[in-house]
Ligand binder design. Structure first.
Ligand code: ACO
Length: 328
């Protein structure tokens, strides 16, 4: 069987840093509340001139450069995002053009915060079947445009950013060993954006009701399901592939909340030294989160050839997913 390997990684964060202290003044929240409940200290905010594809582009270029690949070699671009530039064309379509990626296929994957593992899994299938030899997978988001800046329960949690990976066939038994994708639509009303599409098209009324913004009526419920599903799915993919949690060299979980990350690590009996955490600096960047965290870990020399790397993500829907990678 052909396996896909991650041949190059890239990340991009907008330059504007929004700290908790700035939010204290604007919203009446407190740095202490946000830090203690979430671990977030600051997040990045895209410039008004930057759409999601503009964040994706530098991340994609960096991943290609590190993989030693040219845009012309890319055969398929898969972008995980729930903050697309437009309803259509897809964000991937804009990336294809800006990158100069020939006539590569391009498609967006909408799985909320799980868009990272979902896009990785979709892209990997095309390598595994032998259909393509160079696939660019990206997670890119501008949640600063999706949150309600008058809702202090949600706006403090998110940030903007992008991460990318180039997938190519693995020469040996290494690479992406397995991916698992899950969803459970019964939880749709715990985390969603109701307005702007077919259910509630944009009208003066829907905008006045702020339906175009993210809703999370029960954050504590989201928290509990996230911890349970992330831990169960992580254990399931390890067991299926004949590994115990103790064999994991690096765990890269979705960066939503340090308390979720710590609770999952505890259930997996993983020391925090094996867990990648950057939620303090970026907040929750949804589909970009796992890519950005993995790219940073790689840049810092925390991923070495032969390492077993576990990726896990969770988001609105609910959706969740895992990927197991033998680093090459
Ligand atoms: N600043 C100050 N006070 C706040 C803030 C804020 N930013 N947000 C909420 N509060 C207040 C509430 O109004 C409430 O006050 P009340 O008791 O007077 O009504 C109080 O703090 C407690 O609110 P809770 O919602 O009960 O606080 P909780 O401990 O559950 O923490 C949080 C809230 C951080 C949202 C937590 O539930 C959480 O992280 N859930 C996971 C949600 C998440 O990460 N979603 C992202 C997408 S899904 C994912 O990526 C995993």
């Amino acid at each position: 069987m052909i396996r896909a390997r991650i041949a190059g990684l890239g990340a991009y964060a907008p330059t504007r840093v929004l700290t908790n202290h700035e939010l204290e003044q604007r919203l009446g929240t407190s740095d202490e509340w946000i830090t203690q409940r979430t671990g977030i200290r600051e997040r990045r905010i895209a410039d008004a001139s930057e759409a999601t594809s503009d964040l994706a582009l530098p991340a994609a270029r960096q991943a290609l450069e590190r993989a030693g690949a040219t845009p012309a070699e890319v055969e398929l671009i898969v972008v995980g995002t729930s903050t697309a530039d437009m309803v259509f064309p897809s964000t991937a379509n804009f990336v294809q053009h800006k990158l100069g990626a020939g006539h590569a296929g391009s498609v967006d994957v909408s799985a909320a915060c799980s868009g990272s593992v979902y896009s990785l899994s979709v892209g990997a299938q095309y390598i595994e079947t032998g259909k393509y030899r160079t696939v660019l997978v990206i997670g890119a988001e501008t949640y600063s445009r999706l949150v309600d800046w008058d809702d202090l329960r949600t706006c403090v949690l998110f940030g903007d950013g992008a991460g990318a990976a180039v997938l190519r066939p693995a020469a040996d038994g290494s690479g992406i060993l397995d991916t698992d994708l899950y969803s459970d639509g019964q939880y749709a009303d715990l985390l969603y954006v109701p307005g702007g599409r077919s259910r509630h098209p944009a009208t003066r009324e829907s905008v006045a009701q702020r339906l175009q913004f993210l809703k999370m009526p029960k954050g504590d419920e989201v928290f509990k399901v996230a911890v349970r599903t992330l831990a169960e799915a992580s254990l399931a993919i390890l067991e299926k592939n004949g590994f115990g949690p103790d064999t994991v060299d690096l765990f890269v979980p979705h960066q939503a909340n340090i308390r979720i990350i710590e609770a999952v690590a505890k259930r997996l009996h993983l020391p925090m030294g094996k867990v990648v955490v950057n939620v303090d600096r970026y907040g929750n960047t949804a589909a970009a989160s796992v890519y950005v965290a993995l790219a940073e870990a790689w840049s810092e020399g925390r991923v070495r050839p032969g390492d077993l790397v576990l990726l896990a993500t969770f988001g609105g829907g609910f959706t969740w997913g895992t990927a197991l990678v033998r680093w090459s």
